[in-house]
Design a protein around this ligand. Structure first.
Ligand code: DSN
Length: 472
C-alpha cells in the first residue's frame, strides 16, 4: 500500500473529513504486483489493434525459423522488466549524481546493472546507458575524436558495420575514414595489410569487430597495430559478445581501450553497453586538462550525447547481465557455435560455398551465386521467408551485386539454439533450405517463381519443427 498504516491512523484522528476522501482512493491503489500483472489485459482493453499485432509478431517468431545472425531472443524476465513502472522515471546523470529527485530505486537498479556487466565481461568500468550499440560507438567516437580526425575500420561490404564509418553514417560524415578489407582469396582479415595501412594512414582510432565475419578476431594483434601508430582501439563486439562472456571467443576487454556491444544480440534487451579494461583510467588530454578515459566517456554520454537514460532498459539489462553469469547461459554459447558449425558443414555437404570454409562463431556466409546460376541473396531471402525460414541477404566481400540484391545469405544460430535445437535439427534446416533454393524458378536477380506445393510443404514442416522447440 502507498500510505503506511500509522499515518492513516493519525490522519483519521486528526482530520476525519480528509481521511474520508483519501481512504477510498488508498484502498483502490494497487500493489506493484497487482499493477504489473494487469498490464496485458490493460493493453488488450485500451488498444486492441496493437494488442493483436503483438500477438501476430509472437506467432511469427514462434512458427518461423529465426536464423538472422544479429537476432536473439530475450527471456520473459527481461521482457517483464522492459514493460514496467520504471519506464516512468526521468533523470539525467549517473548513479549518485543525478539532476532529478526520486532516484533512490533507479540508482540501485543502475548500480546492479553496472556491477553485473563488469562481472560478465571481467571489466573495470561499465556504462549501461547507451541507447543502442550504434549510440555506444558514437559516444566513444565523440569522446576521443575531433571533427576531421582519422578512423581506420572494416568496410561495410567486407563485414563491418555502418556505424564504423560508412560514408552514410554519422562517423562517415564528420571524420576522415579509411576502411580495411579482408583478403581477396581467403576472405580473412589480413593483419599485416591492416598494419601497413595504419602506418600509412596514421588514424587516431582503429575500429575492429564485425557484423558478418565468421572467424576469430585477433584483438591482441589489433592492439599492437594501434600502439604502433599511437591510435586508440575500439572493439565493437556486438555480434560475439555472448561468446566473449562465455569464453568461447577471446575477449578484447583488456586489449581495446573501449569495447562496445548492443545488448540484444547476446540475448538481452535492446540497448548498448560500453566496457573498459586495463586502460579505463588512462589519461586523455581534453583542452589543457588530463581526464581519465572512463570519465570522458561518461561526460560524453551525458550531457554530451544522450539525455535521460532508458531506466526500464537498464533494469532489463540488469536482469540480462545476471542471466549471463549462469551456467545455462555460458553452456548455450558453446552450443550456438556447435550448431553454426554443424549447419555450415551441412550446407557444404550439399554443395554450397560457405565463405572461409566454416565458422568459429554464431554465423556464417554462403555465396549463393556459386550454387545456382542466377541465384542471388535477395531471391534466397524472399523465397525462404515465403516458406517460413527467416535469413538475411548479405553483401559478400568484393560482391558484384548491390546491397539490395547481394550474392550472399547470412545465417546465425542464437535463436534456434536458445529454443533447444541441436545438430539433428541443423541437418533438417539445411535440407529444407536447399530444397527451396534448388527448386525455385529464377526470373531475374530479384524475382522468382515458387511452386505452391513446395511452399506449403516447407512452411508446414517448419511450423512443426518450431512447435517441437517452443520459444523460451
Ligand atoms: N549489425 C546489424 C546486423 O548485423 O544485422 C544490426 O544492427
Amino acid at each position: 500500500m502507498l500510505v503506511d498504516k500509522h499515518s492513516t491512523e493519525t490522519l483519521k484522528r486528526r482530520d476525519k473529513q480528509v481521511y474520508e476522501i483519501i481512504e477510498p482512493a488508498r484502498q483502490r491503489a494497487l500493489s506493484s504486483e497487482e499493477y504489473h500483472r494487469a498490464l496485458p489485459a490493460e493493453l488488450e482493453r485500451a488498444d486492441a489493434e496493437v494488442y493483436r499485432l503483438i500477438g501476430a509478431e509472437y506467432d511469427r517468431q514462434q512458427n518461423m525459423l529465426q536464423l538472422i545472425a544479429a537476432e536473439n531472443q530475450c527471456s520473459r524476465a527481461v521482457l517483464a522488466a522492459l514493460g514496467c513502472a520504471v519506464q516512468n522515471k526521468t533523470t539525467e546523470g549517473f548513479v549518485g549524481a543525478r539532476f532529478h529527485g526520486g532516484c533512490a530505486v533507479v540508482d540501485r537498479l543502475e548500480a546492479l546493472a553496472i556491477d553485473r556487466a563488469r562481472q560478465a565481461f571481467g571489466a573495470k568500468y561499465a556504462n549501461v546507458q547507451p541507447h543502442s550499440g550504434t549510440s555506444a560507438n558514437q559516444i566513444v567516437l565523440a569522446a576521443i575524436l575531433s571533427s576531421g580526425d582519422r578512423i581506420l575500420s572494416l568496410g561495410m561490404d567486407q563485414g563491418g558495420h555502418v556505424s564504423h564509418g560508412d560514408r552514410v553514417s554519422f562517423a562517415g560524415k564528420f571524420f576522415q575514414v579509411e576502411q580495411y578489407q579482408v583478403d581477396r582469396d581467403s576472405f580473412l582479415l589480413d593483419y599485416e595489410a591492416i598494419a601497413q595501412q595504419a602506418r600509412r594512414f596514421r588514424p587516431r582510432l582503429i575500429i575492429c569487430g564485425a557484423s558478418a565475419y565468421s572467424r576469430v578476431i585477433d584483438f591482441e594483434r589489433f592492439r599492437a597495430i594501434a600502439d604502433e601508430v599511437n591510435a586508440f582501439l575500439l572493439a565493437d563486439v556486438s555480434h560475439i559478445s555472448g561468446l566473449i562472456i562465455a569464453g568461447v571467443h577471446p575477449s578484447p576487454v583488456d586489449y581495446a581501450h573501449f569495447t562496445t556491444t548492443s545488448t540484444y544480440k547476446p540475448g538481452g534487451p535492446r540497448g548498448g553497453l560500453i566496457v573498459m579494461g586495463k586502460d579505463f583510467d588512462a589519461p586523455l588530454l581534453v583542452g589543457k586538462r588530463e581526464v581519465p578515459l572512463w570519465q570522458r566517456v561518461e561526460k560524453t554520454t551525458f550531457p554530451g550525447f544522450q539525455g535521460t537514460p532508458y531506466l526500464n532498459n537498464i533494469a532489463a539489462k540488469a536482469v540480462f547481465f545476471g542471466e549471463t553469469l549462469s551456467d545455462e547461459y555460458r553452456d548455450r554459447q558453446f552450443r550456438i557455435v556447435e550448431n553454426a558449425q554443424a549447419l555450415a558443414a551441412e550446407f557444404q555437404g550439399l554443395g554450397y560455398d560457405v565463405l572461409t570454409g566454416g565458422t568459429d562463431n554464431h554465423m556464417f556466409l554462403v555465396d549463393v551465386t556459386q550454387f545456382r546460376n542466377g541465384l542471388t541473396g535477395a531471391i534466397a531471402q524472399r523465397s525462404l521467408e515465403d516458406c517460413g525460414i527467416v535469413i538475411n541477404m548479405n553483401r559478400l566481400p568484393y560482391d558484384r551485386h548491390c546491397a539490395k540484391v547481394t550474392s550472399g545469405m547470412r545465417l546465425g544460430t542464437p535463436i534456434v539454439t536458445r529454443n533447444g535445437m541441436g545438430p539433428a535439427e541443423m541437418t533438417t534446416i539445411a535440407q529444407r533450405v536447399d530444397h527451396v533454393l534448388a527448386n525455385l524458378e529464377i526470373l531475374d536477380e530479384r524475382t522468382y517463381r515458387l511452386d505452391e506445393s513446395l511452399r506449403q510443404e516447407t512452411a508446414d514442416a517448419v511450423r512443426d519443427l518450431c512447435t517441437r522447440f517452443p520459444m523460451r
